[in-house]
Design a protein around this ligand. Structure first.
Ligand SMILES: Nc1ncnc2c1ncn2[C@@H]1O[C@H](COP(=O)(O)OP(=O)(O)OP(=O)(O)O)[C@@H](O)[C@H]1O
Length: 230
């Protein structure tokens, strides 16, 4: 289980996250929804160790991660797909995927499972990352995160700037990944149709606090939409 308690963090003296509590079981998908500037990226950066936590705890199956640097958190099983994807544009698709692997020797093949999940990446494996469409780059960023064999996958606004037909592909991939790997997925989003398709729980973040939570089956779409549109 991934368990975050009373997490506080921010920039300098200004605290953006004001006490976040979150528990995610294996094989569960949780969406954190909120408008621009509400703290989604700050939350992920803090979970990943790119920003230090001022207070609070981040545990994965009982191991405390908050004092650990990012690379140690990756080893413990946390993977991150950042907003804007951040793939390496001049490396090939295969090289991009390999940057996530612990054994990067050319003789170590990219696992078949990755290309089975994302056949387009197999077709494009020798092309430069920068030549891919936004949706393909998002798939590449997810593939690169998956080769670290995470138990928790964090995705920051994966649908941003991506056309609707590809958003559906990404939703399908995430459901497939959950089924295959039984891992926990936390995804930040502003697109409600996407999270209603994939998430078991929907949580609203507002000014650095979780202010509303629904299970998907009983989600109060009106309330969530109101938070997203103000
Ligand atoms: N490097 C930084 N230094 C100071 N303040 C920052 C920094 N990055 C973000 N902030 C502030 O922290 C708050 C939360 O930003 P954050 O990026 O976490 O929001 P978000 O919900 O992810 O929105 P977006 O989708 O726009 O990224 C905002 O008020 C923002 O201005």
């Amino acid at each position: 289980m991934f368990q975050v308690s009373q997490l506080v963090s921010g920039y300098g003296q200004s605290m953006v996250l004001k006490g976040i509590d979150l528990s995610v079981d294996g094989a569960q998908i949780v969406a954190v929804m909120g408008r621009n500037g509400m703290g989604k990226t700050t939350l992920f950066k803090t979970l990943m160790g790119l920003l230090p936590a001022a207070q609070g705890s981040i545990q994965l199956d009982g191991t405390e991660l908050a004092p650990l640097p990012s690379y140690r958190r990756v080893r413990e099983g946390v993977a991150y797909v950042p907003q804007g994807r951040m793939i390496f544009p001049t490396l090939t698709v295969e090289e991009n995927i390999r940057t996530g692997m612990r054994r990067r020797a050319l003789s170590t093949p990219v696992p078949d499972e990755i290309y089975a999940l994302f056949p387009v990446l197999f077709e494009m494996r020798r092309r430069r990352g920068g030549d891919l469409s936004g949706g393909q780059q998002q798939q590449l960023a997810i593939a690169r995160a998956l080769v670290t064999n995470p138990r928790v996958l964090l995705l920051d606004e994966p649908t941003e700037g991506i056309q609707p037909s590809i958003i559906k592909d990404i939703a399908r991939s995430l459901l497939e990944i959950r089924k295959l790997r039984q891992l926990a997925i936390v995804v930040s989003e502003q697109v409600l149709s996407f999270t209603l398709e994939i998430a078991d729980r929907l949580i609203v973040i507002d000014k650095g606090r979780f202010v509303h939570e629904d299970r998907r089956e009983t989600a109060n779409v009106e309330t969530i939409s109101r938070y997203l549109s103000v």
